[in-house]
Design a protein around this ligand. Sequence first.
Ligand SMILES: *[C@@H]1O[C@H](CO)[C@@H](O)[C@H](O)[C@H]1NC(C)=O
Ligand SMILES: *[C@@H]1O[C@H](CO)[C@@H](O)[C@H](O)[C@H]1NC(C)=O
Ligand SMILES: *[C@@H]1O[C@H](CO)[C@@H](O)[C@H](O)[C@H]1NC(C)=O
Ligand SMILES: *[C@@H]1O[C@H](CO)[C@@H](O)[C@H](O)[C@H]1NC(C)=O
Length: 516
Amino acid sequence: MNRYYRKCRNSNMHCVIVCLLVIVGRALCLTTRPNIILIFADDLGYGDLACYGHPTSGTPNLDKLAAHGLRFTDFYSASPVCTPSRGALLTGRYQTRSGLYPGVLYPGSKGGLPLNETTIAEILKPLGYATAMVGKWHLGFGVNRTFLPVHQGFDTFLGVPYSHDQGPCQSLTCFPPDIKCYGMCDQGVVPLPLLLDDKIIQQPVYFPELVPQYNKFASDFITLSAKHDQPFFLYYASDHTHYPQFASIKTTGKSLRGPFGDALMEFDNSVGIIMKTLKDNNILNNTFVFFTSDNGPELMRMSRGGNAGLLKCGKGTTYEGGIREPAIAYWPGKIQPGVTHELASTLDLLPTIATLVKTKLPKVQLDGYDMGDILFRQSMGKRKTMFYYPVDPSEKLSVFAVRYGKYKAHYFTRGASHSDTTPDHDCHLSAFLKAHDPPLLFDLESDPSENYNLVNNASMAELKPVLDMIQQVKVEFEKSMVFGESQIGKGIDPELEPCCDPACTPKPTCCQCSPL
Ligand SMILES: *[C@@H]1O[C@H](CO)[C@@H](O)[C@H](O)[C@H]1NC(C)=O
Ligand SMILES: *[C@@H]1O[C@H](CO)[C@@H](O)[C@H](O)[C@H]1NC(C)=O
Ligand SMILES: *[C@@H]1O[C@H](CO)[C@@H](O)[C@H](O)[C@H]1NC(C)=O
Ligand SMILES: *[C@@H]1O[C@H](CO)[C@@H](O)[C@H](O)[C@H]1NC(C)=O
């Protein structure tokens, strides 16, 4: 923070002028540039929050945001898994464009979110914003740590480079009592590291203290920015509620919902701390807060995974449970409290924020729309469609499903291991790829659970105009789509796995260092 000033003090005349310009520019901007906070949950489903109907979740802080903010019923992430969903959030572009497919990045992945993609942080930084990220990145590590947040527009970063099950389970136990993994974590890779900017400060991560550290980092960042009258962007990407569940001593055993509920409670508590910090610094009414989740719940973890509520299936699938998410926008005095049924997506955050801070959009093909109409004018949103890519998009199969207004057409369906164990067999890995011609068609307003296909021989003639329209929208979208080179397809090099002691042997187990 305030790096400008620090740099300037030790420098020459040219810099003094730049400094003055920055100060004057900042003074002019202060009244118009709001702070921005994006809170992103992990594998949290449509039915997981109390304000979305869960009977035993303890989420008082998110519920309060919903009660005093705008709650979305039809909000979509761009992918049913982590890496592509996060890339789309930060760039406003489908993961196919940036090459974040198929699947997710691994500890030794060579690829990452390409540096020439423009993130929300990179839009805000030139306007004088302080930018920070806390939590799970999952957009690459790479040779020389090239892909970390500090190279994607964030001044500072405290967090982990990928999911915490992408390391041996034994480093993931909690206290008290020890929470076991109840399933598989990745073996044969380095223990999960904790990074500050691009330095490993702990390996393995000590989970009972992870979120308290995040909370302190986030509130210090907000407080310091407020003290300097500097607008800020905070991206809080929680590790909760990704499997395996963990929580600090304060929340372990405290919820009615078991380990998942404890983890969710700890996450909700972080939201409360962030909101209190805004209030204490008297900047609540100059801060745009947006909350959502990266993808649907990991149903294969059973009661230790999340819940998609009344939506079909969960993580890994293109059914509603895979990508439709809880979402809340909050800005007292600017956003009227209520519920909206307008279509919106994580893809829309970049264009919305760019409009909010009155800056130009990056000169690339974007897939998002400014949500200003929905947020500030209680009117209809610009988004009429949503395209559902599978975990492994290909040009050959293209999108699996299209939402157009209230209708959703499935051209392909497939289950996923992430959604195993539910009573609905369509969700399971054993439900192999199936093409549908004509597509399955659902009315999501009268049938959000995708139970009743509207298309049959009797209804075909009546529905033809709808199906033709959807087909036309799909073809137009596909014409605009250029697949970027696959970043995940670049493969894995074990040498690239983050190690706090690069010279140690034998790898990967020797990569363990005490907290600094
Ligand atoms: C980034 O660079 C790659 C490789 O040169 C190129 O294919 C891609 O279109 C670029 N992306 C953007 C957003 O400029
Ligand atoms: C990584 O850093 C080393 C040492 O500075 C340098 O020689 C090498 O070219 C870098 N590699 C890449 C891909 O940037
Ligand atoms: C924001 O809150 C402060 C302190 O409560 C108040 O003085 C100010 O007028 C408010 N600004 C707006 C735009 O409502
Ligand atoms: C229409 O009827 C034929 C013959 O019974 C059947 O094969 C086909 O699947 C039906 N089409 C639809 C869309 O239900």
